[in-house]
Ligand binder design. Structure first.
Ligand code: C2G
Length: 131
């Protein structure tokens, strides 16, 4: 049976690193589900609101041909519940999260992909500030 893959992220100021990881996640199975951090979750996680609001970030990610399903992630603590609810066979994340989700190995495979070098939302904000 086709594998269900899940990944999580904020995907603020959507860039090539985001496309690359989502494409890699999609290549692991037949159904890609993406949990997108809510504006409030991002505030609690990174101490700032994303530049793009959650409804826009959802719309952007949903528009990718290899993304099948999108939902808003409201709490980092609910990760196991999301994995169960969406019946994920594989959890895939960028390697900035390496080791952080290994505890879910009991219910799904956990995979970390290398990040795309030299691009990040934080860096884009810094560059834009200094223009
Ligand atoms: N990413 C990447 N290469 C980059 C930048 C980001 O591969 N140059 C990946 C990250 O590793 C992550 C995904 O893109 O897997 C989304 O990145 P962020 O939006 O920064 O996600 P983050 O805020 O880290 O949220 O529950 C986990 C968190 O919600 C992850």
């Amino acid at each position: 049976m086709g594998k269900r893959v899940i990944t999580f992220g904020t995907f603020d100021i959507f860039h090539i690193g985001h496309v690359n990881i989502l494409e890699r996640c999609a290549s692991l199975g037949d159904h890609l589900i993406v949990g997108i951090s809510s504006d409030e979750l991002n505030m609690s996680k990174k101490d700032r609101y994303p530049l793009y609001k959650e409804s826009d970030r959802v719309k952007i990610v949903q528009s990718l041909s290899f993304v099948d399903e999108v939902f808003i992630e409201h709490s980092l603590e609910a990760k196991r519940k999301y994995l169960e609810f969406y019946r994920a066979d594989i959890l895939a994340m960028g390697d900035d999260w390496k080791g952080k989700f290994d505890m879910f190995n009991d219910i799904c495979d956990v995979i970390y992909f290398p990040r795309t070098p030299s691009v990040s939302t934080t860096e884009i904000i810094e560059i834009a500030k200094n223009l």
